[in-house]
Ligand binder design. Sequence first.
Ligand code: PAF
Length: 282
Amino acid sequence: MNTLHLASELRATVDRWRAAGDTIALVPTMGNLHDGHLALVAKARELATRVVVTIFVNPLQFGPNEDFGRYPRTLADDLAKLAEAGVDLVWTPPVDEVYVNGFPPATTITVSPIADQLEGAFRPGFFTGVATVVAILFASVRPDVAVFGEKDWQQLQIVRRMVEDLRVGIQIVGYPTERAADGLALSSRNQYLSEADRRLAPKVHAALQAVAAGLTAGRRDFAVLCAEQSALLAAAGFKPQYLEVRAPSLAQPAAGDRDFVVLVAAVLGSTRLIDNLAVRPV
Ligand code: PAF
């Protein structure tokens, strides 16, 4: 496995592969890899002959009071996992290899209004940071296909929309969320949870399942259904930020829709948990 830091080295390697007839799949990450990331890598290996993983903790997607400084950085461990998973190349650029004319960059990408709601309402600027860095990673690697986790459902929709609007010409593949046995969605931030909070954390998934059960039973009082579960989370010690039913595109749902996604964010102790569940009532 190649581990490279410079964009020029990355380009030279990818160009060589392309000349030899290879196809390229990209898995963008911020490192601190868990089984959820490795499932994305396994999917990427099915989709192309070469797999590139990027590890870059992107300062542009962290707010001033967020966890950029303490975001877990575990490069040696990550590289061992990626080598074992059969990755061909890992790009771990320094900030000035990504933001080539200085940070913060003069050029950013905002995908409105989809980025202003849900996560975007609680993390202003977050999706501009994500869309901008993803566009730069795409331009640097120039993959045929890129794989993103569905755990970040809104991020996935934003990346899809950006790729469509800007005619980026890269196939975007979403991959289902990996969960612990008790239902908690795998996330690098789960390690911030205290032992007691870790025991409570699966209630977030349980709340999504309860809303899904309501939808499947025919309820369409979306706001009431979500408010009931939000109140239960609050009573259990969470600070719910949003719990909403949407169409998969994130448009507001209509009673006659056949597909829904339920999305939640809740703070537990000092940890912010997000999750979602797709629901297709029959
Ligand atoms: O999902 C993530 O880990 C990040 O938002 C991404 C897509 C790697 C961009 O920094």
